[in-house]
Design a protein around this ligand. Sequence first.
Ligand code: FMN
Length: 310
Amino acid sequence: VTELLDLDHPTIQGPFGGGLSSVELAAAVSNAGGLGSFDAQPLTPAEVSATVGELRAATRGSFAMNLWVSTHDLAESEMTRERFEVAPPAFPERPGSDFDTQFAAMLEARPPAFSFVFGVPDAAKLDACRDAGIVTIGTAITVAEAVALDDAGVDIIVASGFEAGGHRVAFLDTAEESLVGTIALIPAVVDQVRAPVVAAGGIADQRGIAAALALGAEGVQIGSAFLATDESAAPAAHRTLSRATGQRHTRLTRAFSGRLARGIPNQAMELVDADPALIQPYPYQGHLIAPMRAASIARRDCEGLSLWAG
Ligand SMILES: Cc1cc2nc3c(=O)[nH]c(=O)nc-3n(C[C@H](O)[C@H](O)[C@H](O)COP(=O)(O)O)c2cc1C
């Protein structure tokens, strides 16, 4: 992993979606000899190139741009719409925020590494990365997904156990059917793939890194511990809660985005989860929740926003 990515340390700062990635954090990690990452999923193509430029200016080290391969879970509602010949309901999608367009902008900007979740890009896209010298990093949460990434020729596989903060990035089965803990997942994946494996989920210090390497991983991806730092773009209340130790716990929910993700329980999570029939498919749920999130951030209140953490 260190050779492929030209790093001093086999440590990846996991990307953060929802606008929580920052150039400052990614560059700080890259400057320290790890791999900083930036999630480009909320960005327009122009913003993708601008961000790669800012990262290049802020670090001489390697860094990764992250994208979500699948950006809609609307199969059932699409079928219904087809039957009645109606257009999908309007919601504020930013132009160019589909995977293909974002990928084209990323490829053009040529970051040292491209990481992705929620699927496997097609062969033409992976070939284009190889030709451009961009190292590809895919995420698997089951052995079957790791094998699919390996068969596609992805350079590095992140195996993410269910302790990890943020979304369960399932792409072969439902997220609920794909829940495996890090300590079981890593050796099982290592045994089945040729690509080097990076362990993610519940790792926050030297002890976790040593354990991951003992299980056969060649590197680690750490999210929550980096999210808690001053350099991250998470709201202050979220960072403070992520630093807290002791009796705090996390759990999985579909309440905030429509996709399963791990975070710190709060009033919004409890209220929405109490009536799961109301939860809309991704990305509609996020748009419905957005005003509550914005109001919560403005009031510096952590009860109305997603507090993703592992
Ligand atoms: C707030 C938050 C947002 C995240 N968003 C993304 C994302 O957009 N893309 C991605 O590949 N991983 C994302 N992750 C996963 C992290 O990159 C990392 O794999 C994970 O946090 C590792 O587990 P840990 O939280 O136990 O350290 C996110 C994690 C958190 C906490």
